[in-house]
Write a protein that binds this ligand. Structure first.
Ligand SMILES: *[C@@H]1O[C@H](CO)[C@@H](O)[C@H](O)[C@H]1NC(C)=O
Ligand SMILES: *[C@@H]1O[C@H](CO)[C@@H](O)[C@H](O)[C@H]1NC(C)=O
Ligand SMILES: *[C@@H]1O[C@H](CO)[C@@H](O)[C@H](O)[C@H]1NC(C)=O
Length: 419
């Protein structure tokens, strides 16, 4: 009993001891945490950059192009594409975690943090970058961000940036393109003038729309046989008006109603939304065409026709929304998709006219007005609307140094000889 008692007392004593030591450690822990934080605050200067802010993209781009991170021993590879599926390029950015780099001869730390939460709308992980330096040279962080901004803006200056959707979020796609001039796109009649005028009217009349409570958005449908420059035209429009292009891919396997809505209503500012070959996604029965749904058959939460319509009608962003859709098969489209309010202007881009053939010939061989007779001779042999522009251009490419050769052999181009 006594033994037990002693044991009990000892037990209690040591328990108290442990408790005491525990709370001392706890106290010391708290004090040292507090101290570390105080020291941190007085020694270091920090800037947090959230992935939702534009500066995040700038700083990541700066980090990927500046040699300073090469000194870090843990990088992440990110693949970017210059055109769909072609020419992949790898860039290196600091991986998740802390990195010390030298900037203007000073030390600073880049901490890339990935939030365990996902953005429910886009499905993309939240990220942030924390930049830290010694308080004594706090200016260098701001310098770095300004450098990053300058570098990014210079890269895009006078260029067209292409974005593509990765699920429900927008990603830059390859390097920005050199602007395509409107002159290089040969279209019938005054089509170019009509469209550019219409868009400028729209962009200049935001107040008019807002005052009348009309959603500030405008939709265009370009339809007609393939190979006549529908996509080039849109690229040239973007160049002319200094806009970027967001290409919406509806056939991504995880596309659904929520993501399409997120995409159409969160496009980067000053950009054109482009849905190419809109007929390819849905047939007349409003069904998603098998091909695009094949990976999706087991899920009931894929993209639906009404989901797309809702997204098209959704709240337009502050900047207004310019939507372009293209199709080779107007007859295949559901009326609801292209009714007024969703599509405001329908433009028929047809096969080449004589007049277009003449312009193409002149442009292709870079001829001046002295050669007008020659251009005319070529055009005379082209029947209106029989051939696509790309067919004629393909033919000219065979006679790349010889306009005379192209004229002599014109009968090889025409499906039906003209007398
Ligand atoms: C990288 O950063 C340094 C400053 O430390 C700067 O002088 C240099 O021009 C930068 N290089 C590029 C490619 O931006
Ligand atoms: C060539 O002809 C077009 C149309 O007739 C005219 O507008 C243009 O000024 C001419 N160019 C030159 C260099 O003479
Ligand atoms: C347009 O050109 C294509 C390619 O040459 C041809 O197959 C098609 O029949 C033409 N369309 C019309 C309406 O003539």
């Amino acid at each position: 009993m006594e033994l037990n008692n002693t044991a009990l007392v000892k037990g209690i004593k040591s328990g108290i001891g442990i408790l005491l030591i525990g709370s001392c450690v706890g106290l010391i822990g708290n004090v040292s945490n507090w101290l570390i934080k105080k020291l941190n605050d007085s020694f270091y200067y920090k800037i947090d950059i959230d992935s939702k802010d534009k500066s995040y993209e700038w700083v990541m781009y700066w980090l990927s192009s500046n040699d300073s991170i090469k000194g870090s021993n843990h990088l992440s590879a990110e693949t970017t594409y210059n055109s769909v599926g072609k020419n992949p390029r790898i860039i290196f950015v600091p991986s998740v975690g802390n990195h010390r780099i030298l900037y203007k001869g000073r030390s600073l730390w880049v901490n890339r943090v990935r939030d365990p939460q996902f953005d429910l709308g886009s499905g993309a992980p939240f990220e942030s970058i924390q930049l830290t330096c010694y308080k004594s040279n706090k200016n260098i962080l701001e310098d770095l961000i300004k450098d990053a901004m300058r570098l990014s803006l210079n890269r895009d200056f006078g260029k067209t940036v292409i974005y593509m959707n990765d699920g429900g979020s927008w990603q830059r796609f390859g390097n920005p393109r050199t602007i395509r001039s409107l002159d290089s796109v040969i279209l019938a009649d005054d089509l170019k003038k009509t469209v550019i005028y219409d868009i400028k009217e729209f962009l200049n009349n935001e107040v008019w729309y807002r005052n009348r409570g009309i959603p500030y958005r405008r939709g265009y449908l370009l339809y007609g046989p393939p190979g006549n420059g529908k996509s080039s035209f849109i690229t040239a429009i973007a160049g002319e008006l200094n806009l970027d292009i967001c290409i919406v891919s509806l056939s991504q396997k995880d596309m659904n109603d929520k993501k399409i809505n997120q995409l159409l209503n969160n496009a980067p500012p000053k950009s054109i939304l482009l849905i190419e070959d809109i007929d390819a996604a849905f047939n007349k029965q409003r069904k998603i065409i098998e091909e695009s749904q094949s990976n999706n058959n087991l899920h009931s939460d894929g993209l639906t026709f009404s989901g797309l319509l809702n997204a098209l009608d959704g709240v337009a962003s502050q900047e207004g929304r310019l939507l372009f859709m293209t199709t080779n098969k107007l007859d295949f489209l559901d009326e609801a998709l292209i009714r007024d309010g969703r599509v405001d202007l329908k433009l028929h881009i047809q096969n080449a006219t004589k007049q277009q053939a003449r312009q193409l010939f002149k442009h292709f061989y870079n001829l001046d007005n002295n050669s007008n007779a020659m251009c005319e001779k070529f055009a005379q042999n082209i029947q209106d609307y029989q051939l696509s522009m790309s067919q004629i251009q393909g033919f000219l490419l065979k006679y790349i140094h010889s306009p005379e050769g192209a004229i002599e052999n014109i009968n090889l181009l025409n499906p039906v000889p003209i007398n």
